[in-house]
Design a protein around this ligand. Structure first.
Ligand code: AMP
Length: 218
């Protein structure tokens, strides 16, 4: 059973690694952001309360997120494990999650922290371009993520543009906020002996994946 938590600051390539791990081990990639957005489309009571929090940029309450997560990780496709992305986001959630794992008789799992140098992450973010039509994302600095034709989307042939929210100022704010909010979380998992750090600043996706596999197969 591979029960994995991914922790990574913006632009660390977490999404790419999640896809690779999900395919290799045949386990689902569970993003709590996606889980919440899906619930929001249902006009349920819980969906409406999520909508209010997400639209105001607040974290959804621990109670709501834990209930949704419990339902998700007890689904049949999670029997071989799962990758959690976006949860736990802080120490309180990590403690709640531990209780949940105990209750479900699951092991404490493996935590992978993708560490990236802020300057590298900033450069990557500023080289990101997206398709104005289908939203596909590319990166001029990352070999695997470059479009085949300059400034043209591989999928729909539309023009590629820089994201308007990818400015240096916005990035630095997001990056620092992330580090601040996950500091305690990382320390907590380090103390439990569950944390594995992978430095991604100078490596390509394939090399990083090899390191991740080594951790998971250990
Ligand atoms: P994301 O897609 O991970 O950026 O998440 C989008 C939004 O979903 C966040 O701004 C929060 O409102 C909510 N969210 C995602 N994960 C969590 C979580 N673990 N705890 C509370 N709220 C969350």
């Amino acid at each position: 059973m591979k029960n994995i938590i991914f922790i990574a600051p913006p632009a660390a390539g977490k999404g790419t690694q999640a896809k690779l791990v999900s395919t290799e081990y045949n386990i689902p990639h569970i993003s709590t952001g996606d889980l919440l957005r899906e619930e929001m489309t249902k006009e349920s009571e819980i969906g409406l309360s999520i909508k209010k929090d997400m639209e105001s940029g607040n974290l959804v309450s621990d109670e709501v997120i834990t209930t949704l997560l419990k339902n998700r990780i007890t689904s049949s496709d999670c029997k071989n494990g799962f990758i959690l992305d976006g949860y736990p986001r802080n120490l309180a959630q990590a403690k709640k999650y531990n209780e949940l794992l105990n209750e479900l008789n699951l092991d404490k799992g493996i935590v992978i922290f993708f560490d990236i140098d802020k300057e590298v992450a900033l450069k990557r973010t500023l080289s990101r371009i997206i398709c104005s039509n289908c939203g596909s994302s590319y990166n001029l600095l990352v070999e695997d993520l470059k479009p085949q034709k300059e400034n043209i989307c591989d999928r729909c042939n539309s023009e590629l543009k820089t994201r308007t929210d990818d400015t240096e100022e916005v990035f630095i704010h997001r990056f620092d906020t992330y580090l601040n909010s996950t500091k305690d979380l990382i320390e907590y998992y380090e103390n439990l002996g569950l944390l594995h750090k992978v430095d991604v600043s100078t490596k390509d996706a394939k090399t990083i994946f090899e390191e991740v596999k080594e951790i998971l197969n250990d």
